[in-house]
Design a protein around this ligand. Structure first.
Ligand code: AMP
Length: 111
């Protein structure tokens, strides 16, 4: 399967793994949108968050637990977690991933 995140999980493409558990990995986004921008990715290949909820709900919870752990480690006073679902919402990699953003004031509504 030609999936960039599956290749990172398999160790075929290098990434700075900040977290590597049974179900989840986390690494910095290549094109950061904030001083902290980490992708938290389930090891199972599913297209989006809704599919992950159906296929492996425990891993979905693990993504949010990982976000909390990383935010504490990085001393973030607050942070934003985002799933983009579908091209119209900006999804470009079709392997589910949670964006963790922080380290600056984050405006609302998002763009
Ligand atoms: P999305 O647009 O929500 O699908 O998010 C995909 C994210 O993956 C984008 O923010 C990209 O910058 C990021 N990305 C793509 N390839 C890599 C890579 N090899 N390592 C780290 N981040 C990546």
């Amino acid at each position: 399967m030609n999936c960039i995140f599956c290749k990172i999980i398999a160790g075929e493409i290098p990434a700075n793994l900040l977290l590597n558990t049974e179900d989840v990995v986390a690494f910095p986004d290549l094109n950061p949108q904030a001083p902290t921008h980490i992708l938290i990715v389930p090891k199972i290949h599913v297209e989006n968050a809704a599919e992950l909820a159906e296929m492996q709900p425990n891993a979905l919870a693990e993504l949010f637990k990982a976000a909390k752990k990383l935010a504490i480690e990085l001393n973030l006073p607050g942070y934003r977690t985002v799933f983009n679902t579908g091209e119209a919402a900006g999804q470009s990699v079709f392997h589910a991933h949670l964006h963790l953003l922080g380290g600056r004031a984050l405006g609302w509504p998002p763009g």
